[in-house]
Write a protein that binds this ligand. Sequence first.
Ligand code: FES
Ligand code: FES
Length: 163
Amino acid sequence: MSGHRVSVRINGRRHEADVEPHRLLSDFLREECGLTGTHVGCEHGVCGACTILLDGAPARACLLFAIQADGAEIETVEGLAADDRLHPLQEAFWEHHALQCGFCTPGFLMTAVALLRERPDPSEAEVREGLSGNLCRCTGYANIVRAVLAAADRLRTTGTGTA
Ligand code: FES
Ligand code: FES
């Protein structure tokens, strides 16, 4: 296939592939890199399911072409757990029943990771605002907000897992 060479580091590991110029980053992650934890819902930048971190900032992978990410550092949900240990946000989502079908969860987790890096001690209002670009059709959001606040507490007290 003729294409453009894209080279990115994802969760600390180098991935390279030749892609067509119109290849979406979300499809590149899922199909070329096998990282299917990044979910694709609306493909229009509305639902937030495809949220990843691009050079540390949350980005919608469905709104970017893979070639735009060339040379970037990308973090996806697969990079959150370390060895057999879930990230504190993942543990909190589990403990607070912050997911049902789980389709939206990777996007919420990556958005929350960025939020807590920037604001380690957020108010409930700040969490709600920070997550306001992510849609969940199942949970009603209350448990997601609780989980993020609980994870923030845990991260502050243990100083671990800032992933
Ligand atoms: S799939 Fe990207 S925002 Fe919905
Ligand atoms: S848990 Fe089903 S969409 Fe959020």
